[in-house]
Write a protein that binds this ligand. Structure first.
Ligand code: URA
Length: 216
């Protein structure tokens, strides 16, 4: 599986990541959501360079211009709920894309053990399309792999792009083992550890709660 890590080269992404991690700044949930969206827009721009293009003619007030436009049929899918700001960021640039949504949540069997459950899936036909699956925190890789298998019941995409803001090597190894070369991963940064509650360390905390508030 090809893995592209955006913070390997210094860019404005580092600033957005710093703000996401900062315990003081992340209290501002609007800024938190916005920073996830901004990272995702930059990621969308980088991904756009790898898409397929076609040449089209456009009529300007002064003549005809030839422009290259994206020919891939894009579907941006999101794992609820922390993935929603990623969806917003991707759609900022891929505004003609179709969208898909899938829920994935931790169902705890006891204090330390959980399974990933999906309940809700709304996605278009994926046959022949370029499908992005956005999961903000790639902590264990379980949600991403579960979402991948659930979404692919809607058809065989031409290309699958897994997109995350923050992840761990452990999660990437798991996704690689389960999905391999059937997908590629684009991620803003990789952190060293997972703690005993499967949270990324140093990470940023619970992305869903920080973006949308605590849940019961
Ligand atoms: N989900 C989060 O929101 N944060 C983590 O660190 C891991 C999973």
């Amino acid at each position: 599986m090809k893995v592209t890590v955006l913070n390997q080269h210094n860019s404005v992404i580092n600033q957005f990541l710093k703000e996401l991690r900062d315990t003081k700044l992340q209290k501002d949930s609007m800024r938190f959501r916005k920073n996830i969206a901004r990272i995702s827009s930059v990621m969308a721009y980088e991904i756009s360079k790898t898409l397929q293009f076609q040449t089209e003619q456009v009529t300007t007030p002064l003549g005809i211009a030839e422009v290259n436009t994206i020919s891939d049929s894009l579907v941006i899918t999101t794992i609820l709920r922390a993935g929603l700001p990623m969806q917003e960021g991707f759609m900022e640039f891929f505004d003609k894309a179709e969208c898909g949504f899938i829920s994935a949540f931790r169902k705890y069997t006891d204090k330390e053990h959980f399974t990933i459950e999906t309940e809700y899936l709304a996605a278009p036909d994926l046959n022949g399309k370029t499908v992005v699956i956005a999961d903000t925190m790639l902590a264990t890789g379980n949600s991403m792999v579960t979402a991948y298998h659930a979404l692919l019941k809607n058809g065989q995409p031409k290309r699958v792009i897994l997109a995350s803001v923050l992840g761990t090597k452990k999660a990437i190894d798991y996704v690689e083992k389960e999905i391999g070369d059937n997908a590629e991963l684009w991620i803003a940064a990789i952190d060293p550890e997972l703690n005993e509650h499967s949270y990324i360390v140093p990470g940023l905390g619970d992305a869903g709660d920080l973006a949308f508030g605590d849940k019961l």
